[in-house]
Design a protein around this ligand. Structure first.
Ligand code: NAG
Ligand code: NAG
Ligand code: NAG
Ligand code: NAG
Ligand code: NAG
Length: 629
């Protein structure tokens, strides 16, 4: 009965919502932190082998190789005066009187800015490429006041991004601000009334074909702690400014002259049960082409999470065309918020600036593509982090792969395309269970960096060895990074260079694609027949380890009689009992998935006629024997 139940569930949509494969990755190069280190910032330069991790009183510079991680610590304790002030404050959280590194951003080819909480009075230092802190001629560390650059406490949300040597900081403090906080360009900030009580999540640059149109986006939640019963306590928002902004000429002189914000919703306009709170946001941009996709993780009031996607072209379109909330007069010819250089004759007039000053919010609410979350990803897993990659498959078609971190330290690799969302695999790279707190994807080297509060690791994007052995195992994985290499007869990484010849790889990324492996000889050793003889009165069970969680598993005796099995997430176990009396014969467990059949395990069971040793001993012996199989 239970097997039938599982079969029915499998045929429904449920089976597709769970990851197809589950891997533990014990050999991935990883580094563990001491408890309390609480790494809060990670940073990586594309193309390099290094990861910068901001911890407690130090920046850890990690250098990865295939097999291991080499660590250099750059020590940055809190300054003595700040420490003293912090500790003498009434009601001070002594544990917070340290220098937690919250900002690590590369400013230019030779300098990285590093900011820490510095026991409540933030400071910033400069790190050179040889992992040294910049000093003045007297050998003293060069540092600057970090009040506008970094949060003052480890628990304060913040988002920072460096663009062309300028640092942009969004800080959720007593007064929430978005600022250009450091760099050669004029420093600017938001007006106090533009941002309510905010929780900043992330920031992204959206490059455009025309450089003067480049925009910087900030993703955050507006938190209304006083919300009444019929009000929403949390609203996800997008704020954006132009990179060329240098403030207004007559009004908003030290403030953004192009700031606009809009409400972001993950759900259907007519469905009140939406996911309100933004947990993470990632923009997969299309290089200099403009456009791109925004991927957001949202959580509901009950803590469940969902993924919503938004086309950045559409987001921009809404920013360019929607009415402004509360503003009903005629829009000026040069729309408020348009990116124009300060010196241009089209620079915003005083009238335009006064509209921005009073009405920076877009009236139109931004709904996701398809007006709903990605259905397949409403699993029981709680997602915490998202990054995405654009992958060229064997036929040079482009696919999107999402990497989603869970609150249990797992990473889901998801093929996301028109009409299908498949969780290709769940990877467990960490030893300790903790929420994934950071993900950085480097498409140029093909690695994903992942961190929790205890550990950090690096994983290859094209881990094709996981689908080794046979053509169909490789193809059924539906991993666009991997194909069956006809020449070398193994599952290998498909070249990501656009000029590569990829015709010798077999792949089948669409569910309706036929059997591409037909006629490909698989050199695979048949599962050895396991012989078991057992006393008829003893108890025995036969395990069948699961590989693909999207396959259907069946036990058949002598090629004819079907037996039910117990599913426990790891095995489809045949347990003899009242409904399935023990019998002798050849028991075979097979997995069937999309027309492919795989023999997982075979037992030849013989029943002893003579009653030999004492039963309890026999039971124990057999149980061990079978567990070892
Ligand atoms: C780690 O880095 C140090 C200093 O750069 C170097 O001397 C050492 O050989 C490195 N170790 C490994 C295993 O790469
Ligand atoms: C890099 O940035 C640092 C800090 O702003 C600055 O001192 C240095 O001159 C810059 N170097 C280059 C090559 O631009
Ligand atoms: C989700 O959790 C519920 C309740 O714990 C459980 O009944 C259900 O099978 C789970 N679904 C999946 C897809 O794991
Ligand atoms: C692969 O596709 C890219 C664009 O997606 C194109 O620029 C390139 O020429 C294509 N390469 C081949 C070998 O067809
Ligand atoms: C593709 O082009 C790049 C640069 O143009 C070159 O370095 C690379 O070797 C080429 N790859 C192949 C497989 O031809």
């Amino acid at each position: 009965m239970r097997a039938l139940g599982f079969l029915l569930l499998s045929l429904g949509c449920w089976a597709q919502k769970i990851p197809r494969l589950r891997f533990t990755l014990p050999d991935s190069p990883a580094l563990s932190f001491e408890d309390g280190e609480k790494p809060a910032a990670i940073s990586h330069d594309p193309g390099s082998e290094q990861l910068y991790v901001g911890g407690r009183g130090a920046v850890h510079v990690l250098t990865f190789t295939e097999a291991e991680v080499n660590q250099t610590r750059v020590v940055l304790p809190a300054e003595e005066k700040a420490l003293k002030d912090c500790k003498s404050q009434p009601g001070a959280q002594q544990a917070e009187c340290e220098n937690f590194i919250r900002v690590i951003q590369r400013l230019n080819s030779s300098s990285i800015i590093v900011c820490g909480t510095n026991a409540g009075s933030p400071r910033c230092w400069f790190l050179t490429n040889d992992m040294k802190l910049q000093q003045n001629k007297l050998g003293q560390l060069i540092s600057i006041n970090g009040e506008n650059l970094s949060p003052a406490w480890p628990s304060q949300p913040a988002a920072t991004i460096a663009v062309e040597g300028n640092l942009y900081s969004a800080l959720s403090q007593q007064k929430s601000t978005i600022q250009r906080s450091y760099g050669p360009k004029k420093l600017l900030r938001t007006e106090d009334k533009w941002l309510a009580n905010t929780e900043f999540i992330s920031a992204a640059l959206l490059p455009q074909k025309e450089k003067t149109l480049d925009e910087i986006f900030f993703f955050y939640n507006e938190v209304n702690k006083m919300a009444g019963l019929d009000e929403e306590p949390v609203k996800a928002q997008i704020g954006r400014v132009c990179k060329v902004d240098e403030g207004g000429k007559t009004l908003l002189v030290d403030s953004w002259s192009t700031f606009l914000k809009a409400r972001l919703v993950c759900g259907h306009p007519a469905d009140p049960q939406r996911f309100h709170r933004l947990r993470d946001a990632f923009v997969l941009s299309e290089g200099q082409q403009g456009g791109g996709m925004l991927y957001g993780i949202f959580s509901s009031a009950w803590g469940t999470t969902a993924i919503c996607t938004y086309s950045m072209d559409r987001v921009n379109q809404i920013f360019r065309t929607s009415k402004l909330k509360g503003y009903s007069s005629v829009m000026p010819a040069h729309r408020p918020g348009t990116c124009v250089p300060y010196s241009s004759p089209n620079a915003p007039s005083k009238a335009t600036l006064s509209i921005i000053k009073e009405y920076p919010e877009i009236e139109q609410v931004i709904y996701p593509e398809g007006q709903r979350p990605l259905y397949m990803l409403q699993t029981n897993d709680t997602y915490t982090q998202v990054v995405a990659d654009r992958v060229l498959d064997a036929s040079n078609a482009s696919h999107t792969v999402l990497y989603l971190g869970t609150d249990k330290g797992k990473i889901h690799k998801v093929l996301q395309g028109e009409g299908q969302t498949v969780i290709i695999a769940e990877m467990s790279p960490f030893r300790r269970e903790a929420p994934i707190s950071g993900l950085i994807l480097d498409a140029s080297t093909g690695y994903l960096y992942a961190s929790t509060e205890f550990e950090v690791t690096r994983l290859p994007l094209a881990d094709c060895g996981q689908y080794r052995e046979t053509c169909w195992k490789c193809v059924l994985a539906r991993d666009p990074y991997c194909g069956w290499d006809l020449e070398n007869k193994r599952c290998s990484a498909v070249f990501q260079e656009a000029n590569a010849t990829t015709s010798s790889f077999l792949q089948s990324l669409h569910p309706e694609a036929g059997d591409v492996c037909e006629g490909v000889a698989d050199q695979v050793a048949q599962e050895a027949l396991k012989k078991v003889s057992v006393d008829p009165t003893s108890y025995i069970y036969l395990p069948c380890p699961l590989r693909s969680h999207h396959a259907i598993y069946t036990w058949v005796k002598d090629g004819a009689k079907q037996y039910p099995c117990d599913m426990d997430g790891h095995s489809c176990t045949l347990r003899f009992g009242e409904n399935a009396p023990m019998d002798q014969g050849v028991f075979k467990c097979t997995a069937t998935e999309e027309g492919y059949k795989e023999e997982i395990t075979v037992y030849k069971l013989t029943l002893n006629s003579a009653t030999v040793p004492q039963l309890p001993l026999m039971m124990l012996f057999l149980t061990i024997a079978i567990l070892l199989c």
